[in-house]
Ligand binder design. Structure first.
Ligand code: 5AD
Ligand code: SF4
Length: 429
């Protein structure tokens, strides 16, 4: 989401005469787009800020800005304790960034962290930053109102709001006309996407997905992320029926224990989640499923942890993002529960989760041995110029030898080897 937001910021800045600098040393303004989701994300920003402080000593006219969720969450602290920071903007204030910078140039710290109920930046054409020219993100909604107990997002990104579908379709069409072959529709919970059109008809996410898929039937459409509580069969059918909607679903489970899920305010049980996995498997055979897991949430017992491991064995995720619980002040969990699992125990549980996931990912890749998959080439592989890398429909990374190929080409590859993270294969005609 931040990557996509940075592209919006670049566009707003460009409209006021700025351009993207190649190196920090060349820049007049540096903005750090920040994330507050876990403490280690914030620690990285503090470290970056120390580096920028020394850059500023060498170039006193340099303007430094903190933007995004940390700006929203820690405005006072940043302004009071970090005098090297010239301006601050929350996720809904990017339109006024050039004005904030102008105000900051006159010597005063400038800030805007007002959250909006309407801002979607829908009229802004993002500048594609560091793009491979093949894949791009389109943000379709902003904010989140799920209030998972551990999560800071509803406080830093505010109310849920959806973008006018016509602007999404126009953006997708422009990308395809410019050679992009894959777009990812982004939202904190895409299944909450909702737009009422002029005829008072509701456009929900499955409808939007179908509309976007029909623009260019040979280009791929992905989306992220869905909340299990409202992953509908209607959506699963749209994925199954539209060839170019990729067979990959990210469905964060967080925990395999119903009491923990209840304390997390996830609004589903272990059984309900497994039922959704069964629905995916029956409606979309060969769909990749990925997830997020938190180890060591408040009061998590050894039995709860074992239930997470057993759910992982049942669900057989293709890959997972796995984290230690990190208390965020202001969240429901910080107010209601004690962060009472020691760091050692969190660490050990996380290691067990990672180890099991690596085993499952390896088995999932081994099951692909001998299969022929369609790969969209993203570029040369990091290791060799005669090797290419791309992804298959399920988002699995595939590496193979090739000549006379370019980014954006689609090739059929037979899988011959694998690791837990990569499929390796040979082109077939
Ligand atoms: N501690 C650890 N992980 C968290 N996530 C969100 N908030 C926290 C937190 N306080 C994880 C969840 C979410 C992902 C984006 O980040 O797993 O799905
Ligand atoms: Fe956070 Fe839950 Fe919203 Fe995801 S759905 S952003 S975890 S509150």
């Amino acid at each position: 989401m931040n990557f996509s937001d940075s592209e919006i910021v670049a566009s707003i800045m460009r409209a006021r005469g700025y351009d993207v600098a190649e190196k920090a040393d060349h820049a007049d303004v540096i903005m750090v787009n920040t994330c507050s989701i876990r403490d280690n994300a914030e620690q990285r920003v503090w470290k970056r800020l120390r580096e920028l402080k020394s850059l500023k000593k060498r170039n006193i006219s340099l303007q430094i800005g903190i933007i995004g969720c940390m700006a929203e969450r820690l405005k006072e602290e940043i302004l009071e304790e970090h005098l090297e920071v010239d301006f601050i903007a929350g996720p809904d204030s990017y339109r006024v960034l050039p004005d904030l910078i102008e105000a900051a140039v006159s010597g005063q710290q400038a800030a805007n962290v007002v959250l909006s109920e309407e801002e979607t930046y829908e009229d802004i054409h993002p500048v594609r930053l560091h793009s491979n020219g093949v894949s791009a993100f389109i943000s379709i909604m902003r904010g989140c109102e799920n209030f998972c107990a551990y999560c800071v997002v509803p406080f830093t990104r505010g109310k849920e709001r959806s973008r006018n579908p016509q602007t999404i379709i126009d953006e997708a069409r422009t990308l395809f006309e410019n050679g992009y072959r894959e777009i990812t529709l982004l939202g904190q919970n895409v299944n909450s996407y909702r737009w009422i059109d002029d005829n008072k008809d509701e456009i929900n996410f499955p409808k939007l997905l179908k509309m976007v898929a029909q623009i260019d039937p040979v280009s791929r459409i992905r989306f992220t992320t869905s909340h299990p509580k409202d992953l509908s069969d209607e959506l699963l059918r749209v994925i199954a029926e539209n060839e170019n909607v990729c067979n990959a679903i990210h469905l964060a489970v967080q925990s395999g224990s119903t009491p923990v899920l209840e304390r997390m305010n996830r609004k589903y049980t272990r059984e309900y989640y497994l039922n959704r996995i069964a629905a995916i498997r029956s409606i979309i055979p060969d769909c990749a499923i990925s997830t997020d897991i938190i180890a060591g949430f408040c009061d998590e017992t050894e039995e709860d942890h074992q239930n997470t491991l057993s759910l992982m064995r049942e669900a057989r995720f293709d890959y997972a993002f796995m984290f230690k619980y990190s208390e965020r002040s202001g969240t429901i969990a910080a107010k209601k529960f004690e962060d009472n699992i020691s760091d050692d125990v969190k660490g050990r549980r996380l290691e067990e989760i990672i180890e099991l996931q690596q085993e499952i990912s390896l088995q999932s890749n081994q099951n692909d041995m001998g299969k022929i998959v369609e790969v969209l080439i993203e570029g040369q592989s990091k290791k060799s110029t005669s090797q290419f890398m791309g992804r298959d429909d399920r988002n699995k990374v595939v590496v193979f030898d090739g000549i006379d190929l370019k980014k954006g080409d689609c090739v059929r590859v037979k899988i011959t080897k694998c690791t837990s993270a990569t499929l390796i294969g040979e082109i077939v005609s």
